[in-house]
Design a protein around this ligand. Structure first.
Ligand code: FEO
Ligand code: CA
Ligand code: CA
Ligand code: CA
Length: 649
């Protein structure tokens, strides 16, 4: 995020929390009970390390290839530079950049003369979540497929030329500039192929598509048609234009893409934020009075005063069929409305589909959705609206290492008319308030939530929370500047029957980020190197061996560290021994980590290169990836391959 777009960090959950001292006592007593140690912080640290060793020994079932880590790449050294870097023996390929053609009629990219019409045919800005759908459909190809890409937001000062020596600003865009920004949001479907070892796009591929803020979409599920979803353009409350701030995402077993609307609040503004009927609800979602993006000045539906219900039509999970460019994307209201980040599916033993999700806000929550019915591999029609029926749950992490999933179901517990919930639609439109009332556990900004396909454990990236004053056992550090990673362990994890639909689970802390020895409480495997520590975990992926690849957003530039990719074993003697594999150019975060099925390619979405204070279109901190005087920095999807063509890692 650049300085002017601080939309990820608006704390809007006023829920009370317990003081750190109390939490540390609870955690200590739990650990102490397990080890028979008590009293001092040193004893607690010792207990922690002993328990970690014991856990590592229990997990020795996975064979080692020598050394504490099974990862064999030579570790990179921390750096902060204008260009990116990858471990020796690997190669970086540029697959598609902002402005490259997606549709056949796309004109050449002219960054100083960009138009909305051109942008709507070209690759959008700030690539985030990636999905690779092998072609032909249903195959396991690792050389040919459709790439789905989220375009989360626009970094106005480095994306658009300045005027009169002043950088462009998202608060001052003209109507034409705002239209370019809107066309640069949304998503892309691009056919890609590996030819002689090099990944390339097929501009004009039959399934290629651009989705923008103007693409017609449908609202479905329990909130569809709700009076609070109706606007002057849509009296039905079921038809909406476009998707906003698509951050992370996921997919379904039946081959559709799920894209997550995150900081949708930033595009709306108006006096109603302070005085309107829905002011309290706007506040809980951080919808501002003064514009962050001034789209409301140009397009009526972004003005709260003209269309007070329009923001209620954003903040959902959107399901898209990547194979049909004429299909209508569907906002699945049953999955709740919040600042959606990750959205990863798992399948319970009975075939019901479970979707894990995070709400990326300080002190907000982790959720999961469980479908009412199993999915059917032989009946695509039966899966079409599977995500409209089911139960949404929010996580309550208990201090004793257990976790309970609390249902967000109208009529249960406090979700009744006494609290102004009159139907399930009310509960879903105000998911955050419903979860507050249930007593969910306030977390340190849950970003990606991903399932390890080998062990069935679920990993939650908690990126940071500098405003935390009250800790809880799962978020044990006040002023958590560097974030941490929590593992959710469903019953049956490690076996062939992982009970993802269970209402209970266990949890553990996988690592506490920051620099060991310098940042209080940083905790990894003890052999983690000088360059192996990380800060601000955001997205993650798993390779076929169940090893975690963590992407960061918010590395300490002042310490000479850029954002990057860190890989670690999750089990065995190398558990939580993070090793640096890739570092991004200055100003960029790393998004969308994704392996091809055979693990020979790791795709990454390098987002907002050159962003940061003082950096602008005319004077950027880097011109990655082109390094041409007439080209600004460009968000780009890259492919990392091993030079010998082998599996990554
Ligand atoms: Fe868009 Fe929470 O990152
Ligand atoms: Ca981002
Ligand atoms: Ca993110
Ligand atoms: Ca982030």
């Amino acid at each position: 995020m650049n300085d002017e777009i601080e939309i990820e960090d608006i704390g809007s959950n006023p829920a009370p929390r317990r003081p750190i001292g109390e939490i540390m006592r609870i955690r200590l007593s739990r650990r102490a009970a397990m080890r028979g140690l008590a009293g001092t912080t040193a004893a607690m640290a010792l207990a922690d390390s002993l328990i970690d060793d014991a856990e590592a020994q229990v997990a020795q079932a996975i064979p080692q290839t020598g050394g504490p880590s099974t990862l064999l790449f030579p570790e990179l050294r921390h750096q902060l530079a204008q260009t990116d870097a990858v471990a020796e023996g690997y190669e970086i390929q540029h697959v598609i950049r902002w402005g490259d053609p997606v549709l056949a009629a796309s004109p050449p990219f002219e960054p100083t003369r960009q138009t909305a019409q051109a942008q709507a045919m070209q690759f959008g800005y700030n690539n985030d979540f990636l999905d690779f759908i092998p072609l032909p459909k249903g195959s396991r190809s690792s050389d040919h497929g459709l790439l789905w890409v989220n375009h989360e937001y626009t970094s106005t000062p480095i994306m658009l030329p300045g005027e009169d020596g002043r950088p462009a600003s998202n608060r001052r865009t003209t109507a034409a500039q705002a239209a370019v920004e809107m066309a640069a949001h949304g998503g892309s479907v691009v056919e890609i192929r590996r030819v002689n070892g090099k990944w390339e796009t097929l501009p004009g591929g039959a399934m290629n598509r651009r989705i923008t803020t103007d693409t017609p979409m449908r609202l479905s599920g329990p909130a569809a048609g709700h009076p609070r979803l109706r606007t002057s353009a849509d009296a039905t409350g079921t038809r909406v234009l476009g998707t906003l701030n698509n951050c992370a995402g996921g997919n379904t077993p039946w081959g559709t893409v799920l894209t997550a609307e995150e900081n949708f609040n930033a595009y709306f503004s108006g006096e109603a934020a302070a005085t309107g009927e829905q002011a309290a609800s706007y506040r809980r979602y951080g919808i501002p009075r003064n514009p962050v993006y001034n789209w409301a000045a140009h397009v009526a539906r972004f003005s709260l005063d003209r269309e007070p219900n329009e923001p209620n039509r954003f903040g959902w999970i959107v399901e898209i069929d990547p194979f049909d460019p004429s299909s209508t994307p569907i906002k699945r209201t049953a999955l709740g409305r919040f600042k959606h980040e990750g959205c990863t599916h798992a399948v319970a033993p009975d075939g019901r589909v479970v979707i894990y999700m995070g709400d990326d806000e300080r002190h907000d929550y982790v959720y999961k959705f469980v479908t009412a019915r199993p999915w059917d591999a032989n009946d695509p029609a039966a899966n079409r609206d599977l995500l409209d029926e089911g139960t949404l749950y929010v996580a309550k992490f208990e201090d004793n290492g257990t976790l309970r999933w609390l249902p967000l179901s109208f009529g249960e517990g406090p979700l009744t008319p006494a609290n102004n919930f009159h139907n399930q639609g009310d509960v879903l439109i105000e998911t955050r308030r419903a979860a507050d009332l249930l007593g969910a556990t306030p977390m340190d900004r849950p970003e990606d939530v991903e399932t390890n396909p080998v062990t069935g454990r679920v990993y939650v990236m908690l990126t940071n929370n500098s405003s935390r004053t009250m800790a809880n056992a799962t978020n044990p550090r006040p002023r958590n500047a560097h974030g941490h990673v929590v593992e959710i362990i469903p019953p049956g994890a490690g076996t062939a029957r992982v009970e993802h639909a269970s209402l209970e689970a266990r949890w553990e802390i996988f690592l506490l980020a920051g620099k060991p020895g310098q940042d209080e409480g940083a905790r990894y495997h003890r052999a983690t190197s000088e360059s192996g520590w990380l800060s601000c975990p955001d997205n993650c992926a798993f390779d076929n061996k169940g090893r975690i690849w963590i992407a960061t957003d918010g590395a300490p530039g002042a310490a000479g560290v850029a954002d990057g990719i860190y890989a670690a074993d999750t089990m065995g003697g190398g558990r939580a021994l993070t090793r640096l594999f890739y570092q991004a150019p200055v100003g960029a975060e790393v998004c969308g980590p994704l392996f091809t099925p055979d693990n020979t390619t790791l795709f990454l979405a390098i987002q907002h290169p050159g962003e940061g204070s003082g950096s602008s279109f005319d004077n950027p901190s880097t011109r990655w990836p082109d390094f041409r005087a007439d080209m600004p920095p460009r968000p780009t999807v890259i492919a990392i391959v091993k030079k010998d063509g082998g599996a990554i890692g």
